[in-house]
Design a protein around this ligand. Structure first.
Ligand code: NDP
Length: 226
């Protein structure tokens, strides 16, 4: 049974990833930070739930220690934050501290956690990070969301470096866009049901081969320009 690790799996896209991979027969290690609402995770049969606050170095170290000796086929960095209120990451105001916290969760954590778990990754394993179309430099013509956009663009750069640095191990690194999804983050106007987004993401991940490493791909297979 292949093993997938999913961060931020207590709600939203992470919870649906855990549900679908478990239903498909995968061994699922679903992480959530202490104190967060366990949501539907408690009801998912066969899913192992472990604590992980991705913005805390000691929590990453504790999780890596717990995973010692376990081979990982797929690592999904899903935990993420929109950062400060949009008005506080706009031309009208920048919450500098909030921007840095956003970087910690969205940009730094996936890189630190990948490195902490790199000895667990099987040859040919995949590391998929929930980035965002909003990270695309080429497609940013609408402005705003400075902290969120910058943090996802930064994680994309980290993914490109990891793809080069872990190529010897045969690890495939992907930056993914899930669509605009009906979750707490996506909000009430989001058009895409979470089940459809996750089904698409799973198809993209399954289809990815060595030549796809360091690619930026949407849930429907569209290649997103960096
Ligand atoms: P939600 O806001 O619904 O859920 C976010 C998840 O991340 C929660 O489980 C939350 O845990 C967890 N999380 C946040 N900070 C931390 C932390 N420091 N440590 C551990 N867990 C943390 O978001 P979505 O499900 O919508 O989004 C998932 C990913 O997809 C994110 O990376 C997001 O940026 C990306 N994305 C989403 C889009 C959308 O339309 N929804 C569009 C593009 C990208 P807790 O419950 O404890 O807060």
């Amino acid at each position: 049974m292949p093993l997938v690790v999913i961060t931020g799996a207590n709600r939203g896209i992470g919870l649906e990833l855990a549900r679908q991979y478990a239903a498909d027969g995968w061994q699922v290690v679903a992480t959530r930070r202490d104190g967060s609402n366990q949501g539907g995770l408690a009801d998912l049969a066969g899913v192992e739930v472990q604590p992980l606050a991705v913005n805390a170095a000691e929590s990453i170290a504790a999780f890596a220690a717990l995973m010692q000796g376990r081979a990982i086929d797929l690592l999904i960095h899903n935990a993420g934050t929109m950062g400060p209120d949009p008005t506080r990451q706009s031309k009208d105001g920048i919450d500098a501290a909030g921007w840095l916290e956003t970087m910690q969760v969205n940009a730094l954590a996936p890189i630190l956690l990948t490195l902490a778990l790199k000895d667990n990754l099987r040859p040919g394993a995949k590391v998929a990070t929930l980035s965002s179309q909003l990270a695309s430099l080429a497609e940013n013509v609408s402005g705003g969301l400075y902290a969120y956009r910058a943090s996802k663009a930064a994680v994309n750069m980290g993914i490109r470096s990891l793809a080069a640095d872990l190529a010897d191990q045969g690890i495939i690194l992907l930056a993914l866009h899930p669509g605009w999804v009906q979750t707490d983050m996506g909000g009430p106007k989001a058009p895409l049901p979470v089940g459809d987004s996750v089904a698409g993401l799973r198809r993209v991940i399954a289809a990815a081969g060595p030549t796809d490493t360091a690619s930026f791909i949407a849930f429907d297979g569209r290649r997103i320009p960096w």
